[in-house]
Design a protein around this ligand. Structure first.
Ligand SMILES: NC(=O)c1ccc[n+]([C@@H]2O[C@H](COP(=O)([O-])OP(=O)(O)OC[C@H]3O[C@@H](n4cnc5c(N)ncnc54)[C@H](O)[C@@H]3O)[C@@H](O)[C@H]2O)c1
Ligand SMILES: O=c1ccn([C@@H]2O[C@H](COP(=O)(O)OP(=O)(O)O[C@H]3O[C@H](CO)[C@@H](O)[C@H](O)[C@H]3O)[C@@H](O)[C@H]2O)c(=O)[nH]1
Length: 480
């Protein structure tokens, strides 16, 4: 029986390995992590991450051919294939701080693999890493060879949170990169055989190591670039009376562009896009390509601009001050169907409004009070580091309250900011909401999910990203 071990039981390691276990009953899969609470949660009835369909997959194979353990060294030593799916966050200190990937966790995993291994291993990069990382990892693995052969593969993950299970069941492609040597090709074939249990052959792409590593960064850069492009257009739409949804639709019907991933928003979030683009920028700079670096840097800059534009719109619409006004924040996760808040635009929007002395009442159906308070007190980039490096307990913030439903959040408020596209926010009784609010009552829809005309009929002043402006909003001072 092939034995797989995955180091890192996070958003990628957990779901990915659960699906491999489900689809390959003849493979034994063990997911290991140094974080004991996380492993305990994987072994309990309440999984550590919220992902539609995940509970069901885990229930079907946990205890049969899927195991979660903190005995990292033991399982690494016993396995044939080792996936490494640890964090690769943005460096916060030292050379490349604020841009380069922090490979501390990867390096310590690689050193441990080298130390405990007693038989040949295939080591698979599952984490997103800078191009050429495999070369460095190879050096670590072979520094004390003991006659063991380590073959390194790059197998980046393309799942998106909220749809992880569906993405893993039916991936657009699985990418495997390896050395162009007989050992490299043999390792590629071994991993291809695992995926071939459920992924059609033509969707398993095999490349050299550097193409696979770079393709992951390039894929995220291209995806994020689409969002920044449409968000840049949204600003122009608001100035001209064009409607960004109509513009997106018109562009997306060109089969060369395609219709997906063209929704204007308050900005993209999530643990990957910003981190991976900054990493790409750093790699370009290190390779003496400042023009290429600046091109990609602009994608992040436009995203920051979109978030501050949103805050400015809220403040300027409300007589240029939100001081002491209650603002309801509906949604804090970076997208719907996840409880993940890493790099969520809600953090920057809330901090911006707090900077103008607003009182915030925040509701998200999947994010806990502790998490929101931690996020609002944490420094940029700290969030993606393991929890033992984060503030132990959240500090309460005077102007912020976290509430249990949308009606409580909006009661007596002056304005509502919709920051996550949860389905339940589309179905609220907006007449009831309006009746309970201060007047004039504002809705700032950062996800373009409400029926704006219906809300206007009720009496709201409504702002939607990239849509023709209400007369009220047009008359307010220009937004930077
Ligand atoms: N989250 C996503 O949607 C997604 C998608 C594709 C790729 N990725 C990439 O996958 C990687 C992991 O992302 P994630 O979201 O799963 O992160 P995560 O923080 O949810 O999980 C990483 C886990 O690794 C553990 N860990 C760190 N060092 C360890 C060590 N030395 N030994 C054992 N365990 C260790 C941490 O405790 C943590 O539980 C990152 O490189 C990320 O860029 C993420
Ligand atoms: O048209 C769109 C699409 C997305 N978003 C926002 O973009 C962010 C990222 O969304 P999404 O890509 O769906 O989620 P992630 O889980 O971050 O997945 C991305 O990042 C992963 C980590 O690398 C990759 O594996 C995935 O392929 C890639 O889609 C979220 O804030 C979305 O709200 C928009 O604003 N407009």
């Amino acid at each position: 029986m092939v034995k797989i071990c995955c180091i890192g039981a996070g958003y990628v390691g957990g779901p990915t390995m659960a699906v491999i276990a489900l689809k390959c009953p003849n493979v034994q899969v063990t997911v290991v992590d140094i974080a004991e609470p996380r492993i305990n949660a994987w072994n309990s009835g309440t999984l550590p991450i919220y992902e539609p369909g995940l509970d069901d997959v885990v229930k079907q194979c946990r205890g049969k051919n899927l195991f979660f353990s903190t005995e990292v060294e033991k399982h690494v030593a016993e396995s044939d294939i080792i996936f490494v799916s640890v964090n690769t966050p943005t460096k916060t200190q030292g050379l490349g701080a604020g841009k380069a990937a922090d490979l501390t966790y990867w390096e310590s995993a690689a050193r441990m693999i080298a130390d405990v291994s007693k038989s040949d291993k295939i080591v698979v990069e599952k984490s997103t890493v800078p191009v050429k990382t495999a070369e460095a990892i190879e050096r670590i693995l072979t520094h004390n060879k003991k006659g063991i052969n380590f073959t390194i593969l790059s197998n980046p993950e393309f799942l998106a949170e909220g749809t992880a299970i569906q993405d893993l069941f039916n991936p657009d492609r699985v990418l495997i990169g390896g050395r162009e040597t007989p050992e490299g090709q043999k390792a590629i074939n071994a991993l291809r055989d695992v995926y071939a249990n459920w992924v059609p052959k033509e969707r398993i792409l095999c490349t050299n190591l550097w193409s696979a590593e770079l393709s992951k960064l390039a894929a995220n850069a291209f995806l994020a670039q689409r969002i920044s492009s449409v968000n840049a257009m949204s600003a122009l739409c608001e100035s001209t009376g064009a409607d960004v949804s109509q513009v997106s639709h018109s562009i997306g019907t060109d089969s060369r562009v395609g219709p997906k991933f063209l929704n204007a928003s308050v900005g993209f979030g999530g643990s990957c896009f910003q981190k991976d683009i900054l990493n790409l920028v750093y790699i370009c700079e290190c390779n003496g390509l400042p023009e290429v670096a600046n091109y990609w840097k602009q994608v992040v800059k436009v995203n920051d601009y979109q978030k501050s534009r949103f805050v400015n719109r809220v403040v300027s619409s409300m007589f240029n001050t939100v001081s002491s006004k209650k603002i309801a924040i509906l949604g804090f996760a970076f997208k719907k169907d996840t409880g993940d808040t890493r790099e969520t635009p809600a953090i920057d929007v809330c901090k911006g409004l707090l900077g103008d002395k607003a009182r915030l009442s925040i509701f998200d159906p999947q994010v806990t009070e502790d998490q929101i308070l931690k996020d609002l007190s944490m420094k940029k980039f700290d969030k993606d580091h393991p929890s033992h490096l984060q503030p132990a307990s959240p500090t309460s913030i005077k102007q912020v309250s976290i509430v249990g439903d949308a009606y409580e959040a909006t009661k007596d408020s002056h304005g509502i900011c919709i920051l996550t596209e949860w389905d339940e926010f589309k179905k609220l009784d907006y007449q009831k909401v309006f009746d309970s609010m201060q007047k004039p009552a504002f809705v700032f829809d950062g996800r373009n999910i409400v029926d704006a005309d219906k809300l206007r009929k009720i009496g709201f002043i409504v702002y939607c990203i990239g849509k023709p402006l209400d007369p009220w909003l047009k008359d307010m001072p220009a937004v930077a």
